[in-house]
Design a protein around this ligand. Structure first.
Ligand SMILES: [Fe+2]
Ligand SMILES: [Fe+2]
Length: 249
């Protein structure tokens, strides 16, 4: 599948394209450190979200602990400045995850989310390596309003909570994928190649989240997807007061 075929379902799913004014801002050389740091943060956040879903819905206590241990060095480094940022000795999940028996879609959630976490941690490491080679410090950066703006609409009762969280995951992945594609042609060769290389996995992550949402729901999710589509477009296509990977303009 070529890139434009890959992006077709994404642009179909998103209610609005990224505004040109965001792209203009994102490609300013002075914004590159912010773009990279926030991108790294987003990769770790993506891994954490998937881990949270596994721990909340799919795996037993020991497996949950193994998941926590898997992500801990990354979280320690980013949030607590612990370690030197070399994760080469710590790349893998240490045990096979055991699913809880009372959740019908547990095995599928586990297989999709474990692969997703692996890929997001790999992406995180790739961004971090590019940052290091360019002398970009891992500064603390406040999160954009975007993910919060989506997640505040997640309903609080089950299974609606899980369904909504999965739909939000699909939107965040789809928007990331769309932005990587939009940015790539404007960036230098190294970043161009890197951003294009991310498209395939992010496009798959979007589909995985969406498919899981439909499987968990007994009703058709179209209406709920539509609701989040409008909220998402509103966050993307409006004034924002700070530049971030998922900001408005
Ligand atoms: Fe990623
Ligand atoms: Fe992703």
């Amino acid at each position: 599948m070529n890139i434009s075929e890959l992006l077709l379902p994404i642009s179909d799913f998103l209610k609005c394209p990224t505004p040109q004014s965001w792209i203009d801002e994102a490609i300013k050389p002075e914004n590159l450190p912010t773009l990279l740091v926030d991108h790294a943060n987003c990769e770790l956040k993506a891994a954490q979200t998937a881990m949270l879903l596994l721990r909340r819905y799919a795996v037993d206590k020991d497996s949950g602990d193994a998941l926590l241990a898997w992500l801990k060095p990354y979280e320690d480094f980013v949030y607590r400045k612990v370690g030197n940022g070399d994760f080469s000795d710590h790349v893998n999940l240490s045990k096979k995850l055991i699913s809880k028996s009372n959740f019908e879609h547990g095995d599928e959630l586990i297989s999709k989310m474990v692969l997703l976490i692996k890929e997001e941690l790999h992406h995180f490491q790739q961004v971090w390596e590019i940052m290091q080679s360019r002398g970009v410090e891992y500064d603390n950066l406040t999160a954009s309003r975007y993910a919060r703006g989506m997640m505040k609409h997640v309903r609080t009762h089950e299974p609606a909570k899980l369904i909504d969280t999965l739909i939000c995951g699909a939107y965040i992945e789809a928007r990331s994928c769309e932005r990587f594609a939009k940015l790539a042609p404007h960036l230098d060769q190294e970043l161009n190649t890197f951003y294009v290389s991310l498209l395939r996995s992010e496009a798959r992550h979007f589909q995985d989240y969406l498919n899981l949402a439909q499987k968990v729901s007994v009703e058709d999710i179209t209406q709920r997807v539509d609701f989040f589509a409008k909220e998402e477009a509103q966050l993307i296509d409006s004034d924002d007061n700070e530049f971030r990977f998922h900001s408005g303009y």
